[in-house]
Design a protein around this ligand. Structure first.
Ligand code: MN
Length: 312
């Protein structure tokens, strides 16, 4: 996904739990963001938000569909992050500057680690129903300039408990660990609910749940597309409802991040350097085959210094 991340107009509801100072329920609404392309497609962006730059190392969350749409995202760069692409309906053709050329289907995880720089394109295979998530994971400072990498996992482990089937994409949940490469202690899991359920959590991690369908999380109604932030200090969370949700969490991320367009860094200068390299077709990002050189140019920088996103 491609568009800039400077817009913030969230609706925030804060409700501090009496049970624990660190356990909270804060409901965040998504905002509609148009993606470019031949047939513009709209996504619901629920992270980052003012006051909620990260949940663990998760720093970006778009959901899209179900809608009749054709995703046409031409080659564009990333730095300092991992992209996690999780289709729920439809197939997406992923190509990147590492030479990866794969189809990603529902139930399969595409994980691209940008490190110091990578470029990729994402094109849906045909017009039709498209639904899915794209998330970004910030890399810790000592891995931010690592060599780029791409991995696809067609089989992922499942944590099952009464009322819930949780496919573990990233990190660990209830002793079930994904084979995907992670660089900080995190969890990302697709949840299918068919009744009341309890999920085990790590109390030293913070967590949030995205409602793909309307669900109840920690006794809070979470409308479709909304994110309920749960804070830290929870050994478990109660869920109810029928349908799909997504759990994200991890060790609270220590760094303040500067995020602009498709770049994650730690300073204004770092972002300016990455943008200039992309505009100059610097070999840092490589070439995505099959597009005859077509690419998405970086937008203009705002006329201000980019500032880190801060927590509440
Ligand atoms: Mn991308």
């Amino acid at each position: 996904m491609t568009q800039g991340n400077l817009d913030t107009s969230p609706d925030v509801t804060v409700c501090h739990s009496e049970a624990d100072d660190h356990a909270v329920t804060e409901l965040f609404a998504p905002r509609a963001v148009p993606l470019g392309g031949l047939r513009a497609m709209q996504v619901d962006r629920v992270m980052p938000q003012r006051g909620l730059p990260t949940v663990g190392a998760w720093c970006f969350l778009d959901s899209f569909g179900p809608q009749e749409a054709r995703m046409q995202v031409l080659p564009h760069p990333h730095t300092g992050l991992q992209t996690v692409t999780w289709p729920l309906a439809g197939e997406i053709h992923h190509r990147d500057s590492l030479g990866s050329d794969v189809l990603v289907r529902p139930g399969q995880l595409n994980l691209m680690t940008a490190g110091r720089g990578v470029a990729h394109s994402e094109i849906s295979m045909s017009s039709g129903q498209l639904q899915g998530l794209q998330l970004w994971v910030a890399l810790p400072e000592d891995r931010a300039v690592m060599a780029p990498d791409f991995e696809q996992h067609v089989s992922l482990p499942v944590f099952a408990a009464p009322g819930v089937t949780a496919t573990v994409l990233m990190g660990s949940l209830g002793g079930v660990t994904s084979p995907a490469t992670t660089h900080t202690p995190i969890v990302g899991a697709d949840l299918v609910l068919d009744g009341p359920a309890v999920l085990p959590l790590r109390p030293d991690h913070e967590h949030a749940v995205l409602a793909i369908d309307p669900v109840v999380v920690a006794d809070t109604d979470v409308p479709r597309g909304h994110l309920l932030y749960l804070g830290t200090g929870r050994a478990e969370v109660r869920l109810a409802g029928e349908g799909r949700a997504f759990l994200l969490g991890g060790e609270p991320f220590p760094d303040e991040l500067v995020m602009w367009w498709n770049f994650v860094g730690r300073s204004h200068e770092e972002i300016v350097t990455a943008r200039e390299a992309w505009q100059a077709a610097d070999p840092l990002f490589g070439e995505v085959a099959g597009h005859d050189g077509a690419r998405i140019p970086a937008p203009d920088l705002p006329g201000i210094r980019l500032a880190p996103r801060r927590r509440r």
